[in-house]
Design a protein around this ligand. Structure first.
Ligand code: PEP
Ligand code: MN
Length: 383
C-alpha cells in the first residue's frame, strides 16, 4: 500500500476497509502515473492563524496554489497537486488535521470538512447537531396585525422561527406579489413582540441591503437556487441563508449552490428539501426525503424539510413532518395561517395554528426515539 501522511485521510473508507473511488489510497494503488487534483486540507482545531499563514506560504513556495476558507474549523484548498506532493509539502504539519481528495465538484460543503456537522443559528435558534427546530408562519406577510397574530399563534404552538414573504415569487404576474418593504417592517415588529427570529425570501441582489436590518436569515427560493449572482452576493453577508432546493435540481446541483455561498465566505447555510417535480399529479410536488437523507450524508450543513410546498396539502403536513424527523432532518418549515381560506397566497396548503400545536406534540416521542431535542420557545440569547 502507498505510504501516506497520516493526515491524508480517505473521504470515507468503506466499512470493509476497502478504499472507494476518490480515496487517495485508491488512486495511489492503481495508477501508474500519480493523478493530480484538488486537495482539501482541514485545519486542526488548535491551529492558530499564524500557523495557517505559515503553512499557506510554505505551500505556495512549493509552487502549489492555496486558498484559505473560513468554513468549519477552516479549510485550505490546494489546487493541482498529487498525493506524493501533498505528503511532501504538508508532511506532518500540526496546522492540518486531515487531507482528502474530493471526488465531487463541491468541496467545502462536504461532510469531511466538519464531520460532526455545522450548527447554524437563526437569531439564536440552532439548526443542526441534536436540535430539531420548527420554522412556521404564513406564506406571505399580509398585514401588520395579520403577521402579529400569526406569529403569536405560531409561537404558542411550537414554532421557534417565524417565516413570511414580503416579496413573493409567483408563477403568475397577476397574483399577489407581496406587500414589499412595508411587510418587512411588519415582520420585524412581530419579531419584537414574540421574540421569534424571522426568515424571509430575498428575490434579487438589490434587495439584500434593504432586507438586511429586518431579517435574521435570508431565504433563497426554489426558483432562485441557481441564481448565481444572488448566491455570490449573499455569500458576502454575515446572516444565515436558508437555501431551498430547486424543484428540478439534483442533489449535486443543490450542494453546488451551497458551495457558492461557502466559497464566498458564508458557511451559515441551511438546506431545505421542498419537493421536486415528478409525474405524480396527486401532490403539488414530490417530497424527496431520500435526497434529504442523502444530503445529510454528503454535507456537514443542516438540512430541513418543507412539507407545505412539497405536498400542497394540509392533511399531508403531519405525516411528512413526522417522517422528516424520523429520517434525520434538522427541522421543518411549515406554512401556518390562522384563517387559510383568507390567505393571499398558498392558503390551500396552510395548516392552522392548533394543528401545528397537535403536530408538535406528536413530534416529541419521535424526537426522543431518534436522539433529537425539539427546540422550544422562548429561545436563548439572540445572535
Ligand atoms: C415559500 O417558501 O413561500 C416559497 C415560495 O417556497 P419555494 O421557493 O420552495 O417554492
Ligand atoms: Mn408559499
Amino acid at each position: 500500500m502507498n505510504e501516506l501522511h497520516p493526515a491524508l485521510q480517505p473521504p470515507g473508507a468503506r466499512s470493509n476497509g476497502e478504499p472507494r473511488p476518490g480515496d487517495p489510497r485508491h488512486i495511489g494503488a492503481q495508477a501508474s502515473v500519480e493523478p493530480r487534483g484538488v486537495a482539501v486540507a482541514v485545519v486542526a482545531p488548535e491551529a492558530t492563524e499564524r500557523d495557517v499563514r505559515r503553512l499557506v506560504e510554505h505551500v505556495r513556495a512549493a509552487g502549489v496554489e492555496a486558498s484559505v476558507y473560513d468554513v468549519g474549523p477552516g479549510v485550505i484548498l490546494l489546487s493541482d497537486v498529487s498525493v506524493g506532493q501533498i505528503d511532501a509539502i504538508i508532511g506532518h504539519d500540526r496546522a492540518v488535521e486531515r487531507v482528502f481528495l474530493p471526488d465531487t465538484p463541491y468541496r467545502l460543503a462536504r461532510r469531511e470538512v466538519q464531520r460532526s456537522g455545522t450548527i447554524v443559528s437563526i437569531g439564536g435558534v440552532p439548526f443542526g447537531g441534536d436540535s430539531f427546530g420548527i420554522i412556521a408562519g404564513p406564506c406571505a406577510v399580509e398585514g401588520a396585525e395579520a403577521i402579529l397574530q400569526a406569529a403569536r399563534a405560531c409561537a404558542a404552538n411550537g414554532a421557534v422561527v417565524l417565516r413570511g414573504g414580503a416579496f413573493k415569487p409567483r408563477s403568475s404576474p397577476y397574483r399577489f406579489q407581496g406587500h414589499g418593504v412595508i411587510a418587512l417592517e411588519w415582520l420585524a415588529a412581530a419579531r419584537e413582540a414574540t421574540g421569534l427570529p424571522v426568515v424571509s425570501e430575498c428575490l434579487a441582489v438589490d434587495m439584500i441591503e434593504t432586507m438586511y436590518p429586518y431579517v435574521d436569515a435570508f431565504q433563497v427560493g426554489a426558483r432562485n437556487m441557481q441564481n448565481f449572482d444572488l448566491l455570490r452576493a449573499l455569500s458576502d453577508i454575515d446572516k444565515p441563508i436558508v437555501l431551498k432546493r430547486g424543484f428540478a435540481a439534483t442533489v449535486e446541483e443543490w450542494l453546488l449552490a451551497a458551495e457558492y455561498l461557502l466559497a464566498g465566505g458564508n458557511d451559515q447555510v441551511i438546506l431545505v428539501e421542498r419537493g421536486i417535480r415528478t409525474f405524480n399529479a396527486g401532490t403539488r410536488f414530490t417530497l424527496d426525503l431520500a435526497s434529504m437523507a442523502l444530503a445529510k450524508r454528503e454535507t456537514h450543513l443542516p438540512v430541513i424539510v418543507d412539507p407545505s410546498h412539497a405536498t400542497g396539502e394540509p392533511a399531508l403536513i403531519a405525516p411528512m413532518t413526522l417522517a422528516a424527523l424520523a429520517a434525520g432532518a434538522d427541522g421543518v418549515m411549515i406554512e401556518v395561517h390562522p384563517a387559510p381560506h383568507l390567505a393571499l397566497s398558498d392558503g390551500d396548503q396552510a395548516i392552522r395554528p392548533h394543528e401545528l400545536g397537535e403536530l408538535a406534540g406528536r413530534l416529541a416521542p419521535i424526537a426522543a426515539a431518534v436522539g433529537r431535542t425539539l427546540t422550544m420557545h422562548p429561545v436563548g440569547e439572540r445572535r
